[in-house]
Design a protein around this ligand. Structure first.
Ligand SMILES: Cc1cc2nc3c(=O)[nH]c(=O)nc-3n(C[C@H](O)[C@H](O)[C@H](O)COP(=O)(O)OP(=O)(O)OC[C@H]3O[C@@H](n4cnc5c(N)ncnc54)[C@H](O)[C@@H]3O)c2cc1C
Length: 481
């Protein structure tokens, strides 16, 4: 029976960010009869993805489409992309997020051009305790024309990603001396060297700083540009002293496209086509007559015209500074998640599926999800949503084709990882665990409903074991072997 909603229950669940995870969260909440309100800073959904839209994902479609979203889309007549193809960032938005956001049930619950500037408890600063958990969340937002507004919500899911907060070039985690002053010569992220940014790099000298997949993508494009534009020179600058373990698992990588990416860069280095400055810790950038000079600890590089900072990203924690959060001091992820994703331990992202138990905060009703939940760890993949999906416990009404839910899409089976060999029995459990459990947490707390499926599963950790038993462990261990 539908519960009658009163008071605070009538407030929406605010979702910060309309990226793949924010929209997936909204789709799951809708499927559960909850009322989401998605607040997106950009003028379109998937704004951050658009900024690296020219880059091809190493995940194929089958890993990046969320199940509840696929159901909404299928009901609207969506033609699902080929499972095995790899979309670019732009294609992910054009062919998946835009159509999803256009579905009327979702469209009316998304506010574009609305940046969340802070989240607090209405009338409560961080210090005040008595009655705190009963106060709604107050989100200060800035909309079109800079108009400020306060939106109240009964829970908040922060899916704002990390893309908008790139790490600086300074090897100590703070901007190198001169970095701010030379901002016009630095590109943070992955330039579209073969497209929109071609003129900036063609026939010029560029230093690419960083050793992750973003750096790989930037290097490959610049090298390709160099084949067309004489005089294009690239220096790859890495902090670590050697290239050992840098290129990933090659053909043993659980994601073939990611393995190939590393292999291609390795090939360029080994053939001498890519110059590497290893063990170089950037401390200063200096503008000279010949160009920008990167200065390290007791050494310097030849001058360049441009610098690409592919040094990773970090979460913007200022948003929730008046909430009571418990974050790992190094990784800046929820504390329970940190040991699973710490790059000091998990070199290639050997992360088991996890859920709301790991994501929950002392501030009840506030969750950080998606890319941002990984803090500074670079290993987040949308696969986590799908991999964890296996362990979601007994599907609830309205999901997975239950009494209130839409019929399963004809092509849905193909969108589920490994579904071909798993059959119907396992498909019943294919619910994104992060979102499912976030939802469970919200539902049980807010409606006072006991989440029987969770009790029946005897805790959140069992699913990971089940995944391994079903032979789907690879999805929870997408790193190098
Ligand atoms: C080059 C590159 C390649 C990648 N390849 C893969 C891959 O192959 N497979 C994979 O699974 N993952 C890949 N990733 C990781 C990928 O970015 C994430 O999986 C995915 O984008 C995470 O989605 P998200 O919704 O958590 O965050 P995002 O996609 O970053 O979305 C966050 C949204 O929040 C909005 N926002 C930010 N701040 C605010 C605010 N204050 N108020 C309102 N809105 C706000 C942003 O505009 C954005 O739309 C890649 C990342 C990069 C950079």
């Amino acid at each position: 029976m539908e519960e009658k909603k009163t008071g605070e229950d009538r407030l929406p669940v605010a979702i910060i960010g309309a990226g793949p995870v924010g929209l997936a969260a909204a789709a799951h909440l809708i499927a559960r009869g909850e009322e989401p309100l998605v607040l997106e800073a950009g003028s379109r959904v998937g704004s951050s993805l658009r900024e690296w839209g020219h880059v091809r994902l190493f995940s194929p479609w089958r890993y990046v489409v969320d199940s509840a979203s696929a159901e909404l889309l299928a009901a609207a007549g969506w033609e699902s992309p080929d499972d095995g193809e790899h979309p670019t960032g732009n294609e992910l938005v054009d062919r998946y997020l835009e159509p999803l956001a256009a579905i009327p049930t979702l469209r009316d619950r998304i506010r574009l051009g609305t940046r969340v500037e802070s989240v607090s408890r209405q009338g409560y600063d961080k210090m005040k305790t008595a009655g705190r958990e009963r106060a709604p969340f107050a989100l200060q937002v800035r909309g079109a024309g800079g108009r400020e507004e306060v939106i109240l919500a009964r829970a908040v899911i922060d899916a704002s990603g990390t893309w908008q907060r790139p790490n600086p070039l300074g090897s100590g985690g703070v901007p190198a001396a001169g970095e701010r002053a030379l901002a016009a010569r630095i590109f943070y992220g992955i330039p579209d060297a073969l497209g929109a940014h071609r003129a900036r790099y063609a026939g010029r000298r560029t230093a690419v700083v960083g050793s992750g997949h973003s750096a790989f993508n930037a290097l490959l494009d610049l090298i390709a540009l160099g084949e067309e534009a004489p005089g294009t020179e690239i220096t790859w600058v890495i902090r670590r002293p050697t290239l050992d373990g840098l290129f990933g698992g090659g053909d043993r990588d659980a994601l073939a496209a990611r393995g190939r990416l590393g292999d291609r860069v390795r090939g360029l280095v080994e053939s001498g086509r890519l110059r590497v400055a290893a063990g170089f810790k950037v401390t200063e950038l200096r503008a000279g007559e010949e160009g920008v000079i990167l200065i390290g600890e007791g050494n310097a590089l030849p001058p360049v015209d441009e610098v690409v900072a592919a040094t990773g990203f970090r979460p913007d924690l200022s948003l929730a500074s008046e909430l009571r959060l418990s974050l790992d001091p190094a990784v800046e992820s929820p504390v329970a998640l940190a040991p699973l994703i710490d790059p000091n331990v998990h070199s290639c992202g050997t992360v088991r599926p996890h859920g709301a138990e790991e994501l929950k905060q002392p501030e009840e009703g506030f969750f950080i999800v998606g890319m941002k939940s990984y803090g500074r760890a670079p290993t987040f993949l949308l696969h986590r949503l799908r991999a964890g999906a296996l362990g979601g416990g007994r599907p609830r009404r309205g999901l997975a084709g239950g009494p209130r839910g839409p019929p399963r899409a004809a092509g849905d089976r193909g969108l589920l990882p490994g579904a071909a060999g798993q059959g119907r029995r396992n498909r019943r459990r294919l619910l994104p665990v992060e979102l499912l459990r976030v939802s469970h947490g919200l539902t049980s707390r807010m409606s006072g409903e006991v989440d029987k499926s969770r009790n029946a599963e005897a805790g959140p950790r069992r699913p990971a074991i089940r995944i391994a038993r079903h032979g789907w462990g690879a999805l929870g261990h997408l790193g190098c072997p």
